[in-house]
Design a protein around this ligand. Structure first.
Ligand code: HPA
Length: 236
């Protein structure tokens, strides 16, 4: 058992899907996995292991924001020898090129967080996805019969959902950033540190420019497309 995950060694699969919301983890396990079993509920941060098309897969809630996510990612990599983590989350669109319900596969993530700045002594680190996973996700999104439009591009991983300085994202948008969420940059950095694979895929739940939002039913449909891409890519 690690500090925040109550699983025995071997109870967590080498491949982990990593939603922010623990109830999403439950929904993914119940909807996509066979024989899913709960291995942790410490602090309500649920984790399940089951199988998908014969592959052992775990789904672990990460909580919101890089500090929470990093607790679980560190323990998954360090205590449970997890090899592949695919974040499956939601993001806000920062450009009109991206619409609500679209899916963004993040080739990299910039951030306003101090988490990487502390790690790199104030210098800037380019937090990028594992290329093999990224390629497999793009191929999966082309092969699957999806309702959603898929983009490949950068996310902005913010420390503040309720930003006090929204204008700070403007230069990032001018340099091609597609959406804002709160975890990808920290996840990519930890995967690089441990020599493991990580990818973040997000569905666009709200639009920062147009103010448009998705309904719960629409979110479920796009969320399903995203999970299919993640499972196919992680097991390719
Ligand atoms: N900001 C940060 N994270 C998010 C957002 C947002 O607007 N939407 C979904 N996750």
């Amino acid at each position: 058992m690690s500090t925040h995950i109550a699983a025995e060694p071997g109870q967590i699969a080498p491949i982990v899907l990593f939603p922010g919301d623990p109830l999403r983890a439950k929904w993914i396990a119940e909807t996509f996995l066979e024989n899913a079993e709960l291995y942790t509920e410490t602090r309500g941060m649920l984790g399940f292991t089951g199988t998908w098309e014969g592959h052992r897969i775990s789904v672990q809630g990460s909580g919101m924001g890089q500090p929470s996510m990093a607790i679980y990612a560190n323990e998954l990599f360090d205590s449970y020898d997890v090899q592949t983590i695919v974040r499956v989350g939601s993001c806000g669109a920062l450009t009109e090129r991206v619409k609500v319900r679209d899916i963004i596969i993040a080739n990299g993530a910039s951030t306003d967080s101090g988490i990487n700045r502390v790690r790199f002594h104030g210098l800037d680190y380019a937090a990028v996805a594992d290329f093999g996973l990224l390629r497999a996700a793009v191929e999966a999104s082309e092969a699957e019969d999806l309702e959603s439009t898929v983009h490949v591009g950068q996310l902005f991983s913010s420390d503040q959902f309720y930003s006090t300085r929204p204008e700070l994202t403007e230069p990032f948008v001018q340099h091609g950033i597609l959406g804002v969420e709160m975890e990808a940059a920290g996840l990519y950095t930890l995967a690089a540190y441990y020599g493991r694979r990580a990818l973040a895929i997000c569905t666009v739940s709200d639009h920062i420019v147009t103010g448009e939002e998705t309904t719960a039913q629409e979110r479920e449909q796009t969320f399903g497309d995203m999970i299919r891409i993640a499972l196919r890519a992680a097991t390719a």
